[in-house]
Design a protein around this ligand. Structure first.
Ligand SMILES: Cc1ncc(COP(=O)(O)O)c(C=O)c1O
Length: 400
């Protein structure tokens, strides 16, 4: 199937200059020139601090920072006052655990995770469980690598206070039926946190339609800068959450006797924020919006189908995850370690990821230590798939 008539945008990405086949967008996306320009301007002629300047440049920067918040919140169907800028998805999940979790969980309360979670959506809950005496349950997967919501339904009890699941798996590309997960969580009085790291760059998100309570994601996987991400939380829940970190910008009045805090979302943004990164985040959202999530999703789905077909044609390849995985294909070659494959592919200017992908419990479940993973973005095209398949053939010849 031909997908070249959809989107090929390599020229907009300086990081893709030359013959380089970048198939590691699930780890981090390359940056379009418009995002680089927006960050450069913010670091250059527009640069000043936010939220405290009495001079015009600072007031303008504050407007730009808050405009970025509005754009990022709107991108996922949320309101700006419900969106906290964080260092990334990892910090967003840790914020929920440290603030909402510590305030709401008591011994014997339960948290439901799944086998396929990224370590970022496991370890914060383990730290919280150690502190509060809460207990973690792990939802199994279906045979094709989706979170098994029938099993979740059977496992959930009124003791569950939180369900925290990946919206799209970073290893298998499988997509959660997030609306059903929300209904199941709410039926027992639990909150639903979605780890949206891999979903936000690949499919249209509407937090209101999903009816989730928390949504976490990172800018750098959405063609934006590193060092910034977002936590969206339902307004009433966020308003009731205690501070996460203390410092400047999150207070109302400080005395040694008692400090009072400002309202959300600033209450959760202690210190000078990642100003230029937030502006780059807003520019990345604008860039993706212009292309359109629907076109992007169609593009990545077509590439996934094409790669899976190519890999299936090789009789010594194991393919993981469902047929309709979103932008991500994990696989293994019989008798060749994924690291060896990745190293030889690098000689062919093909960049894939090889390893456990920060999902060691999923690797244990699959009975392997690593997979090879190819993941697509806005700029991926058939030439990348052809280079990957040719590189796999060469690796085979070297090893056999
Ligand atoms: C599903 C998932 N969750 C969480 C993370 C952590 O994101 P970050 O490292 O940007 O905080 C990643 C990154 O690989 C991911 O793929």
């Amino acid at each position: 199937m031909s997908v070249t008539d959809t989107i090929s945008r390599k020229a907009e990405f300086p990081g893709l200059a030359g013959e380089w086949h970048y198939l590691d967008t699930a780890a981090t996306a390359q940056k379009p020139q418009v995002v680089i320009d927006a960050v450069t301007r913010a670091l250059g002629e527009d640069y000043a601090t936010v939220h405290r300047g009495v001079y015009a440049r600072s007031a303008e920067m504050t407007l730009a920072y808050e405009a970025a918040r509005r754009r990022v919140a709107g991108f996922i169907g949320g309101k700006p006052e419900e969106l906290v800028f964080t260092r990334g998805a990892t910090e967003a999940i840790n914020l929920v655990a440290a603030s909402w979790g510590a305030a709401n969980l008591k011994p014997s309360d339960r948290i439901l995770l799944s086998v396929l979670e990224h370590h970022s959506n496991i370890v914060p809950w383990q730290l919280l469980a150690e502190r509060t005496g809460a207990v973690i349950d792990v939802c199994p997967l279906t045979d094709d690598g989706r979170i098994d919501l029938d099993a979740a339904e059977a496992m959930l009890t009124p003791a569950h206070k939180l369900v925290a699941l990946a919206h799209v798996s970073n290893v298998l590309g499988s997509e959660l039926d997030a609306r059903r997960a929300a209904d199941l969580a709410h039926a027992v009085g639990a909150k639903l946190l979605l780890d949206g790291c891999q979903a936000v760059p690949r499919t249209r998100i509407d937090v209101a339609a999903l009816d989730c309570d928390f949504y976490a994601f990172s800018a750098h996987k959405l063609y934006g800068p590193t060092g910034i991400g977002a936590l969206w939380a339902q307004g009433e829940i966020l308003a009731a959450m205690p501070p996460f970190q203390g410092g400047g910008a999150m207070i109302d009045r400080v005395t040694f006797e008692k400090t009072t805090y400002t309202s959300a979302p600033q209450r959760f943004e202690a210190g000078t924020p990642a100003i230029t990164e937030a502006i780059g985040f807003g520019a990345a959202v604008d860039y993706v919006e212009k292309i359109g999530l629907d076109a992007l999703e169609r593009h990545e789905r077509a590439l996934v189908r094409q790669l899976r077909e190519g890999l299936r044609g090789m009789n010594d390849v194991t393919l993981y995850g469902p047929e309709d995985s979103l932008g991500i294909v994990s696989f293994a070659l019989d008798g060749i370690h994924p690291h060896d494959l990745g190293t030889i592919l690098d000689e062919e200017n093909v960049a894939i990821r090889a390893g456990h992908h920060c999902a060691q419990p999923l690797m244990d479940h699959l009975g392997i230590s690593a997979t090879a993973r190819a993941s697509f973005g806005i700029y991926s095209d058939e030439s990348d798939i052809a280079a990957l398949l040719a590189g796999i053939e060469r690796t085979r010849r070297i090893f056999r």
